[in-house]
Design a protein around this ligand. Structure first.
Ligand code: AMP
Length: 191
């Protein structure tokens, strides 16, 4: 059993790898982006507020996200969980640490998927035309990448200091990336 965080810029293949990890290890996949998109589709008050920010490539306020994840964690995560898209700010990371302490859980590993800026833009523009995601237009893409660098990169440092950060090369095929992740999940000292 393990608890993981998946960190990576938009277009890094984070969602795809999250689904693979979920299947392989039976982890509870908690994707804050999916939760928000569902709220938008259902037209809930959260969805109305979040939809505007998401469409502009901006983050939903920390206190909203922290409460959302707190509720989700309280529903039980017995077999291990995989956080995908949270924490996205140091404030969220600090709140998560507190929440986990309260429920007696810890994070085993934070996987940070690395992809060059040029490759990310190429992938995101491709996805925009394929999936019609409203947050994948060129302006919004550069905003989302800028927000990632400014707000989310410091989260990687936060976990590096706790010695649980593992960097994963996200440039290969889905299978390549997944193999790299598997390698980084092996307990230290075993080969
Ligand atoms: P994602 O699918 O993880 O790329 O999330 C899509 C969008 O949802 C992001 O661009 C943000 O606007 C919003 N979002 C998702 N997770 C968070 C979070 N932890 N904090 C703030 N905003 C979030």
């Amino acid at each position: 059993m393990m608890n993981l965080i998946l960190l990576g810029p938009p277009g890094s293949g984070k969602g795809t790898q999250a689904r693979l990890l979920e299947q392989e290890h039976g982890l509870t996949h908690i994707s804050t982006g999916d939760i928000l998109r569902r709220a938008v589709a259902e037209g809930t008050p959260l969805g109305e507020k979040a939809g505007r920010l998401m469409g502009a490539g901006q983050l939903v306020p920390d206190e909203v996200m922290i409460e959302l994840v707190r509720e989700r964690l309280q529903n039980g995560v017995g077999g291990g969980f995989l956080l995908d898209g949270f924490p996205r700010t140091v404030e969220q990371a600090e709140a998560l640490e507190q929440m986990l302490e309260e429920i007696g859980e810890t994070i085993d590993r934070v996987l940070s998927i690395q992809v060059s800026r040029k490759e990310l833009i190429k992938r995101l523009l491709g996805r925009a035309s394929l999936e019609g995601r409203t947050d994948d237009t060129e302006d919004v893409i550069s905003k989302r990448l800028e927000v990632y660098d400014r707000q989310t990169l410091p989260v990687a440092d936060f976990y590096r200091r706790r010695s649980i950060l593992a960097e994963v090369d996200g440039t290969g095929t889905i299978e390549d990336v997944s193999r790299d992740i598997r390698m980084r999940l092996k307990p230290v000292g075993k080969s």
